[in-house]
Design a protein around this ligand. Structure first.
Ligand code: IDP
Length: 139
């Protein structure tokens, strides 16, 4: 089934010039870019995007990292895109991420872990709507 998922290339990976390499990984796996922008998260957007994490011990660190510098937001489309992109990205903690995954290749820590991807159809729909308007998404 064709799905859309929200992917963020987080400030750590963007600053280290890994954007092109990461996008190439997705494209080579057959995922299609259907929206993309360079932007900096405000605290408000971070609180909306990571609403379920507010109050957790790492939240302040997460918000300050995600708002610290520009990031690349994109929507990727493909068969089973939500699960596939999460598999391509690897586990949250890069030390546990499988060989060849984006996080194993580019993440520096559990917090600064290079990429975000939606984890369910509900979160994909919710997150895409935070970052993109209808006219910015191409089928
Ligand atoms: P995910 O990004 O792999 O879906 P989540 O558990 O949903 O992982 O956590 C969201 C983000 O919060 C992570 O990608 C990471 O940047 C940050 N995070 C999660 N747990 C920790 C932690 O223990 N310390 C610091 N940051 C964390």
């Amino acid at each position: 089934m064709k799905e859309k998922t929200l992917v963020l290339i987080k400030p750590d990976a963007f600053e280290k010039n890994h954007t092109g390499e990461i996008i190439a990984i997705y494209e080579k796996k057959g995922l299609k870019l259907c929206a993309m922008k360079l932007m900096q998260m405000t605290k408000r957007v971070a609180q909306k995007h990571y609403a379920e994490h507010i109050g957790r011990p790492y939240y302040e660190e997460l918000e300050s990292f995600m708002t610290s510098a520009p990031l690349v937001a994109m929507v990727l489309e493909g068969d089973d895109a939500i699960a596939r992109v999460r598999e391509i990205n690897g586990k949250t903690n890069p030390a546990e991420a499988a060989e060849g995954t984006v996080r194993r290749l580019f993440a520096e820590s559990v917090g600064k872990n290079a990429v975000h991807a939606s984890d369910s159809p509900e979160s994909a729909a919710r997150e895409i709507a935070i970052f993109f308007s209808e006219i910015e998404i191409f089928d």
